[in-house]
Design a protein around this ligand. Structure first.
Ligand code: 5GP
Length: 206
């Protein structure tokens, strides 16, 4: 029973640990493809162009919007972020489960265009822990941390739009839970219509 790839949207407050989780998920299990977004935010120390993000100028980003090269984009804390179209479509065609690690406005736009997309929300165990993780990165100014905490207050209002929430307390447990959800999603009847039809034909002796 092999069906086509699932478009998986993973959102969660900045600092919830989505990046690390997604890296582990892709390392531990086959069949995933992690989309790399474009952004106008400056690279953090250690980030590389084409690995964490495609780092673009505003002008370059706006050209991609005009060329319809992004399947969605949003502004977040003063910067553009968007998902390149080519990679996502190519990987889905090849049967891979494509992960988009994007914020909530982007998640809504994806659900409108791809109603079958699976929407997951990753949360830290507590607000205090979120603050600790954001400060612990050591790469963000106090102002940016405060801005991201305020943004989390807004994003928390939209959590019910997601199909599953996962608490990132222990990394390995969380990775297994995420993989379990995706595996289960592959087994719903709506994603297996061809197989069901084939079985029906066989049972009828056709
Ligand atoms: P950060 O600056 O911490 O890397 O990302 C800030 C926020 O932008 C995160 O919530 C992240 O999930 C989101 N984000 C990253 N890439 C994209 C994208 O392509 N589209 C949208 N809509 N959000 C994104």
């Amino acid at each position: 029973m092999k069906n086509k790839g699932i478009l998986i949207v993973v959102s969660g407050f900045s600092g919830a640990g989505k990046g690390t989780l997604m890296k582990r998920l892709v390392e531990e299990y086959d069949g995933y493809a992690l989309s790399i977004s474009a952004t106008t935010r400056a690279p953090r120390p250690g980030e590389e162009d084409g690995r964490e993000y495609f780092f673009l100028s505003e002008e370059e980003f706006e050209k991609r919007i005009a060329d319809r090269a992004l399947i969605e984009y949003a502004t977040y804390c003063g910067n553009y972020y968007g998902t390149p179209r080519d990679y996502v479509e190519k990987e889905l065609m090849q049967g891979h489960d494509v992960i988009l690690e994007i914020e909530i406005q982007g998640a809504h736009k994806i659900k409108e265009q791809y109603p079958d997309a699976l929407l997951l929300f990753v949360m830290p165990p507590s607000a205090e822990e979120l603050h600790r993780r954001l400060s612990g990165r050591g790469t963000e100014t106090k102002e940016v941390i405060d801005q991201r905490m305020r943004r989390a207050v807004q994003e928390a209002e939209g959590i019910e739009d997601y199909e599953y929430i996962v608490v990132n307390d222990d990394l390995e447990t969380c990775v297994q839970t995420l993989h379990g959800i995706v595996t289960a999603a592959h087994h719903v009847p709506e994603r297996n219509e061809e197989f069901i039809e084939k079985m029906r034909r066989e049972l009828r002796g056709e």
